[in-house]
Write a protein that binds this ligand. Structure first.
Ligand SMILES: [Zn+2]
Length: 129
């Protein structure tokens, strides 16, 4: 399995993650034909946003409706680790419910990786023009 992300969406996702540090950012990567073309940030509603994320449910629902209305698919869910590596935490695994890849942006390393969770199988990310 492979995750395709257009350069614009890739940049927007990183910009969002950096802008929200030291809190964790969260959002959706949406696109068409298996390639993400936009990053849609979602509010982090976790009471502990420095170490955890929780997509604000109302915003998430609105984003899913918008994607549906615009004929876009959810390609991945992303969140950031402002102070840690781009590896899923125990909690990331325990709370995973989506069958799309989870992209984790590790800010100190400046590197993002993607996984199927809770299994932890890594998904290759391909950034395309
Ligand atoms: Zn995490």
């Amino acid at each position: 399995m492979r995750l395709c992300v257009r350069k614009g969406a890739w940049r927007a996702m990183w910009d969002d993650a950096r802008a929200r540090a030291p809190e964790e950012a969260v959002g959706l990567l949406v696109g068409r034909r298996g390639c993400a073309q936009a990053a849609w940030p979602l509010a982090n509603a976790s009471p502990h946003p420095l170490v955890h994320y929780l997509a604000e449910p109302g915003e998430l629902l609105a984003a899913l409706r918008r994607a549906d209305a615009e004929g876009l698919e959810v390609c991945a869910l992303y969140h950031s680790h402002p102070a840690g590596p781009p590896r899923p935490s125990e909690r990331d695994r325990a709370e995973a419910t989506w069958r799309v890849p989870y992209v984790i942006l590790g800010l100190p390393e400046g590197r993002a990786r993607a996984y199927l969770l809770p299994e932890g199988e890594e998904v290759e990310i391909r950034v395309e023009p």
